[in-house]
Design a protein around this ligand. Structure first.
Ligand SMILES: [Zn+2]
Length: 211
């Protein structure tokens, strides 16, 4: 019945009758690829894939078109990537990269945190720490070049938590910053810097897609 009102479409390719088709799922099944952004965050960066095709459409649909359901396949793919990258002897802490408050509200929530929560639900010994926030005054980065993006973000990502989760204080924990798109690396670099200034050493960055 619901299909008649709101036909389901694959978030990656538009195929009818499913939220996420088998072909698009297969396109995300490989191991993460190494990414080397211009603004180097100083830790290894990994991506589930390139920002094109089904992956690009899915990221845009989750971010701009209110497709909350896509957090499920994207989060599961992040979990597979993390499972291959992590040291299983150590607890994992996932920190979602911050999004601009107004933008996230307009889109009905933060798609990165949503996907990270799904990923965390698949992984053993994993905590989520949504402690990064963007200060007011950060412009939408669409159309900005590398140096303008860095200038736009400098000093504007902060750790915002009354108390840091215990898992983050454990020197044994592997802290991974997670974002949806890696473009110039400016957000990742500023996020890693903000966490470092709070005494939190980030081990790696994992993004859904790299431009
Ligand atoms: Zn598809």
């Amino acid at each position: 019945m619901l299909d008649l009102i709101l036909p389901r479409q694959c978030g990656g390719c538009g195929a009818p009758g499913t939220d996420w088709c088998v072909i698009c799922a297969e396109s995300l099944a490989g191991p993460p690829i190494r990414a080397r952004p211009r603004a180097d965050p100083g830790v290894p960066c990994w991506a589930l894939g390139r920002y094109r095709g089904p992956l690009r459409r899915a990221v845009v649909a989750a971010k701009e078109q209110g497709r909350r359901d896509l957090a499920v396949p994207l989060g599961a793919a992040l979990a597979r990537g993390l499972d291959g990258l992590r040291d299983r002897e150590r607890p994992l802490v996932l920190v979602p990269a911050p999004s601009r408050g107004a933008a996230a509200r307009r889109r009905g929530g933060d798609p990165v945190t949503r996907s990270v929560r799904v990923a965390g639900s698949w992984l053993d010994d994993c905590r989520i720490a949504p402690i990064l926030r963007m200060r007011r005054g950060v412009r939408d980065s669409v159309g900005l070049g590398a140096s303008a993006r860095e200038h736009n973000l400098r000093g504007r990502i902060v750790v915002s938590a009354d108390s840091l989760p215990d898992a983050l204080r454990s020197s044994n924990a592997e802290v991974v910053l997670v974002d949806d798109v890696l473009t110039t690396g400016a957000t990742a670099r500023e996020s890693v810097r903000a966490l470092a200034s709070a005494g939190i050493a980030v081990r790696a960055v994992l993004v859904t897609s790299v431009v």
